[in-house]
Structure formats: C-alpha cells, structure tokens
Design a protein around this ligand. Structure first.
Ligand SMILES: C[S@@+](CC[C@H](N)C(=O)[O-])C[C@H]1O[C@@H](n2cnc3c(N)ncnc32)[C@H](O)[C@@H]1O
Length: 237
C-alpha cells in the first residue's frame, strides 16, 4: 500500500542493519505501513509496533484479526467513509490511506487514466506487506510513550523535518533527537531514517531518490534517504 513517507522502496536496504544487531526485542516507534518492520519481524522474538495515527493502527490490528478488506471502493463510498470515519475504523484506515492519492490520508480519491483499481492494489500489497506481523504488539500513541523493554533494537522513521506533516501538529524534530540520544544512552540500539541529523549521529547508509508531490508528476525533486545511528558516549552496563 502506498503510504505517505513509506519506506517500501528502501526497506530491503534498511532491514539488514536492524537484523544484524540482533536481540530479543524490536520496537518501531513510527511504524506507518510497516515496510521495514515486516522484513525485520521474523528475526525477533518480540515485536512492538507504535504509531500515533489511530486509523492506521486500527487497520493494522484489523489485518491481524483477519478483517476482510474490500476489492473495490467507489468514489461515492470513499466520500461516505471520509464523512463517517468512526463507523468502521479498520475500513477508514484502509480507504483513507489505500484509496487516496499518494497514500495521504483522505487527500483525494486515487484515480488514474488507466483506471487502476487502487483498492485491489492496496489490499494485495497490504496482505503481503504485513504477513510477518501476526504476533506483533500494535500500539497507538506518541513515540515517547511506547514501551521499550531493556536492550531493545529501535527503528524510528519520524515525519521528516520540514516536510508535509501527518496532522495539524508540527513534529518537534529537536525533541526527537534528544529522545534518541536518551534511548541510546540507556542501553538500546537506535536506527533512524531521516535526511539530515545532528553531527553527533552517524550515517550508516544513504541513497539518492526522486520524489513526486503532485498527480501529474511535474513537481519532482531529489532527496537522499539516510539511515543514522547513535554511539553513546556513556558506558552502558
Ligand atoms: C515517515 S512515516 C513512517 C513510514 C513507515 N516507515 C512506512 O514505511 O510506511 C511517519 C509516521 O509517524 C507517525 N507519527 C507522527 N507523529 C508521531 C508521534 N508523535 N508519535 C508516533 N508516531 C507519529 C505518522 O502517523 C506516520 O505514520
């Protein structure tokens, strides 16, 4: 499923760093559509997936419970579900992301000249892309409230600094880096997807990509995806 800021294109590059770290527990603080998480999950005994978006979390939990997603969503159904979000939160999550342009929550019914069936496409990619998450603990909340067992391997893919956010609130990037240092200083291993980081973070992987902002693919720009880690200066026992 297309998801704003989703990592499906680069998940195969990122996952090996997390898997190589090993350990009993893996926590994703901003799981989104779980592109990286689905590759990583089989390598950890315990997997905790956190995200603040309530309808995304409803969708992930619904998939775990075997919810039957529809194969088609008309524009009229799309509008109805958008106006009645709480009636069926799993369906709202699916339609809001999976049937919207660019995977941006209810930002417009996805359509194309070749009449692509976005619902069918999203359903297939979601079923495949979450197949390994059957035993994951799925939590809805702010990343700072997520439970972190001792010596966890943590993946953080936050809303990028200076990009379109996920709601009305602006993401506090400075506070985020403080939180990541604290996690590393208290015995966890952190991996962070971002385009830039403060100088005390180490970039372990990078690759340039092209991104598109509009339907006509006119507003294209280049970004370099990076993966950072933090080497604690403290001696962790
Ligand atoms: C870049 S996306 C993650 C994309 C994901 N890695 C994927 O492959 O689909 C960022 C995510 O952070 C979530 N988010 C934004 N603010 C948050 C917060 N304060 N705490 C937890 N999650 C948050 C958004 O709902 C969104 O799913």
């Amino acid at each position: 499923m297309r998801y704003q800021g989703g990592k499906s294109r680069i998940a195969a590059h990122i996952a090996p760093f997390i898997i190589a770290e090993g350990g009993a527990c893996f926590v994703s603080l901003f799981c989104g559509s779980c592109a990286v998480e689905n590759l990583v999950a089989p390598h950890f005994k315990r997997v905790i997936l956190n995200d603040k978006h309530e309808y995304l979390i409803a969708l992930l939990k619904g998939l775990q419970a075997g919810y039957a997603l529809p194969d088609e969503i008309t524009e009229a159904q799309y509008k109805h579900i958008r106006e009645n979000k709480t009636a069926d939160p799993v369906l709202t999550g699916f339609v809001g992301f999976g049937c919207s342009f660019g995977g941006r929550f209810f930002e417009g019914y996805a359509r194309s000249a070749d009449r692509t069936n976005y619902a069918a496409q999203s359903k297939a990619s979601l079923l495949k892309g979450t197949a390994n998450l059957g035993n994951a603990e799925i939590i809805c909340g702010d990343y700072r409230a997520a439970p972190i067992p001792p010596r966890t391997v943590i993946y953080a893919d936050p809303p990028y600094c200076n990009t379109k956010g996920y709601g009305c609130e602006k993401f506090d990037t400075a506070a985020f880096w403080v939180a990541m240092r604290l996690l590393a200083d208290t015995g966890h291993k952190v991996f962070i997807s971002e385009q830039t980081a403060p100088p005390d973070f180490t970039c372990v992987w990078e690759k340039p990509f092209t991104r598109t902002l509009d339907r006509n693919k006119q507003n294209q720009f280049s970004v370099t995806e990076k993966l950072f880690t933090y080497h604690s200066k403290l001696e962790v026992l």
